[in-house]
Design a protein around this ligand. Structure first.
Ligand SMILES: NC(=O)c1ccc[n+]([C@@H]2O[C@H](COP(=O)([O-])OP(=O)(O)OC[C@H]3O[C@@H](n4cnc5c(N)ncnc54)[C@H](OP(=O)(O)O)[C@@H]3O)[C@@H](O)[C@H]2O)c1
Length: 196
């Protein structure tokens, strides 16, 4: 398998957020959205996925590592790393190391960062993110404890389904909207910029 050059690879973040900007509560997601779960699977299928240790813990054992996707888990703990590797995922002690592992995996022309809050924030602050796939759920989470990442002014909304303010109706979960946000300046240009 040919290794994708880091300058050619694209990095996306993918998350679901409540209308009031929360993605987690008590270590889990505050809802069950079958449509968001299906969307996550469809969009990330065949590509490496990077997640933090707490998000890994929140995934039921039978669903981890993600099927059909190399799963890279960030942790500073050797004990956690050993557990993750025993379960069939890869463990990394830093975001650059996680990306290096992802670059060697199947489908690495696109790498997905899939949470949680800490890891989204680091990827955005490092200027690594080219695209954000956001599922907005028509719920409020007054006690949320993990905030959705902040997409700065360098991100623009390029599509919203069904509309920028509307929601699809879900028969079994919260109503939902799929948004695609793209960084206006390609993230890889920042990555290649010489250090000041
Ligand atoms: N709504 C959504 O789409 C969505 C998606 C994913 C997660 N979530 C939610 O988000 C919450 C979890 O987010 P979180 O911010 O608490 O935790 P997290 O980002 O999932 O994981 C944090 C942990 O990852 C490790 N880590 C993070 N950055 C690292 C780095 N640069 N190098 C090495 N290790 C690193 C550390 O583990 P060690 O302590 O082991 O070192 C850290 O404690 C949960 O509620 C989850 O359900 C929501």
């Amino acid at each position: 398998m040919a290794r994708v050059d880091a300058a050619e690879r694209r990095i996306g973040i993918i998350y679901a957020s409540s209308r009031d900007g929360w993605i987690g509560i008590g270590g889990v997601m505050p809802w069950r959205s079958p449509e968001d779960m299906a969307y996550f699977k469809e969009r990330t299928w065949g590509h490496p996925v990077i997640i933090g240790q707490r998000t890994w813990e929140s995934i039921p054992e039978s669903f981890r590592p993600f099927r059909g996707r190399t799963t890279v888990v960030l942790s500073t703990s050797a004990e956690h790393a050993a557990q993750v590797e025993a379960a069939g995922a890869l463990a990394a002690t830093s975001l650059p190391r996680a990306l290096d592992l992802a670059d060697g995996a199947e489908g690495s022309e696109v790498v997905w960062v899939a949470g949680g809050g800490q890891v989204y924030r680091q990827a955005l602050e490092a200027g690594l993110v080219d695209v954000a796939l956001v599922t907005v759920l028509d719920v409020l989470v007054p006690d949320g404890d993990t905030a959705a990442p902040v997409l700065g002014p360098d991100f623009e909304l390029v599509s919203a389904s069904p509309t920028p303010a509307g929601f699809h109706t879900s028969p079994t979960g919260p109503d939902y909207r799929f948004e695609v946000w793209r960084r206006t300046a390609p993230a890889h240009l920042d990555r290649e910029a010489p250090a000041a």
